[in-house]
Design a protein around this ligand. Structure first.
Ligand code: PMV
Length: 325
């Protein structure tokens, strides 16, 4: 009754922002993402009659855990197995949780796979993705391999992610740049709710299907310049929505803007690098593998940069034999 899973964080290439159904985490729009090799959550789950209560620990602490959200997710899984057994969950992120890098996607993907396996249930990749989505929307994209598309769908059973290109498709590097280690002020949950208050939100929704099509084609053709152009435009559009929500949400820091401008300068100098970010201040930079070392050195010496985690596209969630307890 014990199982351990590892899952990678993912960064959206075309962003998910706004929910059609907050309870089911049904998104207003489809999205594209890629799994990140060096940002992982490893989670061991055990169910037993011997446990008196549910217990959760993340990075060896019980603090700062959204306990109700975790119990709600475990309850969905307990219902599937018709069990009332209590659970013990121990989870570790290989990156500091305080970095502001989204750990909910990798966390809920690993939790879902480990809990399902611990109860001896067999689910397809699609079913695992549907279920992970209930914990955190973007977690559904950390279940399949490589570059993924989360098709918005219209119901619990039609909203899930699948691989569009596998992790080995393209030799690109993805640098997660940490410029701020404070917990962000406005959570994604609140941000998604405010999306509708932006006067530009409906326009964005109309534009997304075309962007997804163009982005998939750019990845298929390995057209890095076009990929980067669409990537940056969509990241900026997400922040146009947050900046024009009521109340406005300002996620960028001075260092975020400094790095956006630096990307433009580096491109003019012949180094192809493009930025994106989630709903937060940390820039995530895309370059070709061959340029990764050079770019890392430049970014490390940029004012305001605290750390960099270099990634390549990664596989999806999987079970491993090494348990955390
Ligand atoms: O899955 P959530 O509710 O944490 O929302 C993720 C939202 C963004 O990171 C801004 C975009 C995305 O598609 O991941």
């Amino acid at each position: 009754m014990k199982a351990t899973a590892i899952a990678h964080a993912n960064i959206a290439l075309i962003k998910y922002w706004g929910k059609k159904d907050p309870k089911l985490n049904l998104p207003e729009n489809s999205s594209l993402a890629v799994n990140l090799s060096n940002l992982t959550s490893t989670t061991t789950v055990a169910f037993s009659d011997d446990f008196d209560e549910d217990s959760f620990s993340i990075n060896a602490t019980r603090e700062n855990i959204e306990i109700e959200r975790l119990i709600a997710h475990i309850n969905l899984i307990r219902d599937l197995a018709s069990t009332k057994q209590k659970v013990k969950v121990v989870s570790e992120n290989n990156f500091p949780t305080a970095t502001g890098l989204a750990s909910s996607a990798s966390g809920f993907a690993a939790l879902t796979l480990a809990a399902i396996a611990a109860l001896g249930l067999k689910l397809s990749e699609k079913e695992l993705s549907l279920l992970a989505r209930r914990g955190a929307g973007s977690a559904c994209r950390s279940i399949p391999d490589g570059f993924t598309e989360w098709v918005a769908g219209t119901s619990d059973k039609t909203s899930y992610a699948q691989t569009v290109f596998d992790a080995n498709h393209w030799n690109i590097a993805i640098l997660a740049v940490i410029v701020n280690q404070e917990k962000k002020v406005v959570s994604n949950t609140v941000g998604h709710t405010l999306a509708q208050t932006s006067p530009f939100y409906q326009t964005r929704l109309l534009r997304v299907p075309k962007k997804i099509k163009a982005m998939k084609q750019a990845i298929e053709d390995k057209n890095f310049a076009l990929f980067g152009k669409i990537l940056e435009a969509d990241a900026i559009e997400l922040h146009v929505i947050t900046l024009t929500s009521d109340p406005a949400i300002i996620y960028w820091d001075p260092a975020t803007i400094r790095i956006m401008k630096l990307c433009q300068t580096l491109r003019q100098q012949g180094l192809p690098v493009y930025f994106t970010f989630d709903a937060g201040p940390q820039p995530v930079l895309f370059c070709l593998q061959k340029d990764a070392k050079k770019l890392e050195t430049i970014i490390r010496s940029t004012k305001g940069v605290l750390d960099i985690i270099v990634n390549k596209p990664a596989e999806g969630a999987r079970l491993i034999d090494k348990h955390l307890f």
